[in-house]
Design a binder for this molecule. Sequence first.
Ligand code: 13P
Ligand code: SF4
Length: 304
Amino acid sequence: MKDHVFRIEQLKKEKNAVIMAHYYVADEVQAVADYIGDSYYLSEAAVNVHADTIVLCGVSFMGESAKILNPEKTVLLPDASADCPMAHMASVERIAEIRAQYPDVAVVCYVNSTAKLKAASDVCVTSANALKIVKALPNKYIYFIPDQNLARYIAGKLPDKHFIFNDGFCHVHNQITAAEIKAAKDAHPFARVLVHPECRPEVTSMADYVGSTSGIISHVEKCDASEFIIVTETGVFCELRKRCPDRKFYAVDGSQICPNMKKITLDKIIDVLEHQTASVELEQSLLASALSPMERMLQLSGTD
Ligand code: 13P
Ligand code: SF4
């Protein structure tokens, strides 16, 4: 492991590369990252980074987002097969149908989507800024893709908007049940329940706090409680324990693990840096059309 870390540091210098990692990757991968964060943080960081190469330790839509925002840089994915099933759970054809049916509609695309879906949308959002952005849109009709759970959570906060739902979901968050939350609460009666909005409505409704991965981390930092039931992917425990070593964190069950995020290993990071393989390549026209909804997200989430 020490040798791996040493080699990665060497390669970063040699290739003028930075490593970006999502909170859901394995702890040892987070340990070698220059930037660690949730999807919004990674998109923002990708815009400001000064390096020739970005190694994106996450799933392919994250690599695509970094490439869309930095078309001139090399973006490497340590495992090109690390893909998010939800990123494919919408279709360009259905977007066209909805646009024909509702001329005033805004197509809002969760960044957990392919570049093709982003390009067919009006604005991108992440779980950290979806509420703020949808609220700021002038449109009454919102077609929110691909995640139905995040869409329903946001819709519940914005009763004046008319949401058209899509049936996508994150299999990691969607499989967590209300009965499991109840059992965790019974086992830890003093713990606060912190839930990611990709969870089902009956689960978010049992939460003391609902927010993105970084929202959950900052909520813990600001809160006086000493115990927390964490209802998201357990990779986030690494940062929680680093920032708040005196608090206790409980998972709901053993299956809050994203198998695709866990495909990223130190060996694969070394391999991709040594051989510059698995770089994200997107057609020029796709890069150009996916950029404006991503830029619109960055612009709208920065405004107050
Ligand atoms: P955030 O990074 O927005 O919290 O989303 C979680 C997720 O599922 C990323 O794949
Ligand atoms: Fe996709 Fe869910 Fe894994 Fe995130 S946690 S990459 S949304 S499957």
